[in-house]
Design a binder for this molecule. Structure first.
Ligand code: SF4
Length: 225
C-alpha cells in the first residue's frame, strides 16, 4: 500500500497506478532526470537568496529580482518561511514529516504571513514548461490553500502564486474558508482512494510509457513500446 500522499504521488497514481507501485511500494530507484536536477538547483538558489546568503541572480531569475527582494526583506523581519516541510494526518491536523500518523506531505517554497493581517501568500517556484501544466498547478494551489487555512485558522484569505521562473510569469489564485472547503473534500476523496488501494493496475499510454523508466527497463509487461 501507499500510506502517505503528496500531490505528485497522487498525480503519478492517477496517471498509472502501476508506475506508482514501482515508485512508492517497491521503491525502485530511478536515475536522475536532468530537468529535475536543474529545478532543484534553481530552488536552492532562490532559497539561499531569500535567506540573505551572498547570491548574485543571473539569467531569468533577474526577472524575479523585485519579488525575491521582497521575500528576502520579509524573511529578515520574520514574516517569511522558506522551504517548509508541511505534514498532516488523516484529519488534516499538523504532524511531523516522519510522524507515526503522517498521511500527507507538501514542500512549500515560500510562505509569507505578516501577523498584523489576516491574509497570507504561498509561493511555489516552477521551472520548465509553462503551457499545459496549469490545471495541475491550480490543484496544487488548492492543496496549499487547504493546508494554510487549517494551520492558521485566523487567516481569512490565502493567495497562492506560481512563479514560472523560466517564463517571467506569475499565476495567482485566491481562496477563503468557504471556497476551499469543497476543494479539500474532493482532494481528500482522491487521496483516500490512493492510500487505501491494494491493486495497482497498469494504465498504459503511448506517451507516458515512452518516458517511463520501469517500462524501458522491461519491468512492466503492459508497457506500450
Ligand atoms: S510502462 Fe506504461 S503502463 Fe507500465 S508502469 Fe510505466 S506508464 Fe504504467
Amino acid at each position: 500500500m501507499i500510506y502517505q500522499w503528496s500531490y505528485s504521488r497522487l498525480k503519478t497514481y492517477e496517471g498509472c497506478p502501476k508506475q506508482a507501485f514501482f515508485r512508492y511500494v517497491q521503491k525502485i530507484k530511478e536515475p536522475p532526470v536532468k530537468a529535475m536536477e536543474r529545478g532543484k538547483e534553481i530552488h536552492k538558489i532562490c532559497e539561499d537568496y531569500i535567506r540573505g546568503r551572498d547570491i548574485v541572480l543571473t539569467g531569468t531569475l533577474k526577472d524575479f529580482e523585485d519579488g525575491l527582494n521582497m521575500l528576502k526583506e520579509n524573511y529578515r523581519k520574520g514574516h517569511v518561511l522558506c522551504e517548509g516541510d508541511w505534514a498532516w494526518d488523516k484529519d488534516w491536523n499538523k504532524t511531523d514529516w516522519f510522524g507515526y500518523d503522517t498521511w500527507g506531505r507538501a514542500k512549500v517554497d515560500a510562505f509569507y504571513h505578516d501577523d498584523s493581517t489576516n491574509e497570507a501568500t504561498v509561493i511555489d517556484f516552477k521551472t520548465g514548461r509553462y503551457e499545459g501544466n496549469q490545471e495541475g498547478h491550480r490543484e496544487q494551489c488548492e492543496l496549499y490553500a487547504s493546508i494554510c487555512l487549517l494551520r492558521y485558522p485566523e487567516l481569512e484569505k490565502i493567495t497562492t502564486e506560481m512563479w514560472y521562473l523560466d517564463h517571467n510569469k506569475i499565476d495567482r489564485y485566491e481562496y477563503d474558508k468557504n471556497t476551499i472547503e469543497n476543494k479539500r473534500k474532493k482532494i481528500t476523496e482522491r487521496a483516500v482512494i490512493m492510500t487505501t488501494a491494494e491493486d495497482f493496475p497498469a494504465k498504459p499510454d503511448r506517451w507516458k510509457c515512452r518516458w517511463c523508466y520501469f517500462g524501458k527497463q522491461g519491468l512492466c509487461e503492459e508497457a506500450i513500446k
